[in-house]
Design a protein around this ligand. Sequence first.
Ligand code: NDP
Length: 484
Amino acid sequence: MKAQPKGSHFIDGSYAEDAAGAVIEVVYPGTGEVIARLHEATPALVERALASAARAQKAWAALRPVERGRILNRAAALIRARGEALAQLETLDTGKPIQETRVADWPSGADALEYFAGLAPTVTGETIPLGGDMVYTIREALGVCVGIGAWNYPSQIACWKSAPALAMGNAMIFKPSEVTPLGALKLAEIFIEAGLPPGLFNVLQGRGAVGAGLISDPRVAKVSLTGSVATGQKVYARAAEGLRHVTMELGGKSPLILFDDASLEDAVGAAMLANFYSAGQVCSNGTRVFVQKGLKERFLARLKERAEKIVLGDPQDEGTQMGPLVSALQLEKVTGFIARAKAEGARLVTGGGRGPQNDGWFVEPTVFADVTDHMELAREEVFGPVMAVLDFDSEEEVIARANASDFGLAAGVFTRDIARAHRVIGQLEAGTCWINAYNLTPVEAPFGGVKLSGVGRENGHAAIEHYSQVRSVYLGLSPVDAPY
Ligand code: NDP
């Protein structure tokens, strides 16, 4: 089989297998071909992963941060050296075009490793003078952290979670989505080659139940999930039983607001990036595109022209700009949304079909105009290449409508009026915002949502706080004043 790993899991420094676990077939979305056959983790393997992580973590946390950083930097260098092979594997696992996986997925993971490698030695406590006595604080690792990934950016998610976790002296057990399980195993291999002691990054395969079991174990201090709101609510509730730390990176229905004075080409380019990259399977996508009425028809005409030139096809082909959706299930969901949007009276501007092949799991870049706030397309996350265009008159109106959502992951504003840009962004209820840009997520910037889109932040200095805790030490320097 094309991409069969040496084992389904990676535990304590090597591949592990237990054929008693239910079978997971890994399918290349480009053709539907089975490229690997894995097994879900059995309780015995889960126990091995937890025991080895708990054992390895103490010594790892006791190392100088600069030494931990050196190992993460070596891992990043190995990722960069093997960039092409890793991109090919990511394309097989996800069906995303090789154009994208070469520049976005693993390279962004390597950025995270380098960034947190550099940050690790800079994390210090503080001293708090008390006029004689004093307090000092210690920022320390949490212990064993569980990472649970979604299928859209499997290797990037594994890196974004493990880099700050390991930099701060934690161990991580990572459970990839069963739909895209291959990249995390490569990351585990790379970590060992870079000198990471065994047990600090274990990978367990499985469906939701495996992740759910991990979260309840008393040895686990934290869970970081990237997934849907529904899963987030379940995982958060389970973590709460043990008062475990959480990071929740969940879904969105983010507004992208285009004012009349925006550059037409930039606005169209950003709206396409915000809806069609990775065939629209991006959590922070700007899927509610609010266009001011003066720009609307010019915008739609140019958008249609450019969207119809997007090249759909074999993800392994260098010329392909958009691949298939990740699975048959996702195809069914997305085509269902398209059918219901038509039925609800949204105007189909372009797309809506299955592409030139009219087979496989492809969906054309699709644009609906005249979408209104109450339509399903304006309220629910589609996770496919389907853009909803809504129109608006005034700034006040669009802010209120943009915020009328339970989600709050991301938001974007395009305007040449810089005062308006800041004024509008300042009032939008979203964790990750862009002005005259969209969906750029450099590791230096904290990333995450508000409202139902999440809790905690990945990337930036903020992530360090979410993978550590502060203890304070009172230092008595004066005689003890006891009233007895
Ligand atoms: P899911 O919520 O279906 O799954 C996410 C992960 O959680 C998977 O590994 C899944 O395993 C696991 N899981 C499912 N149920 C449980 C449970 N009860 N306990 C523990 N783990 C469980 O999301 P998808 O994989 O379908 O990904 C798409 C979603 O992810 C979208 O909503 C998207 O917006 C969101 N997302 C958010 C991002 C962000 O950073 N905010 C980034 C990327 C995606 P399995 O799949 O094997 O069942």
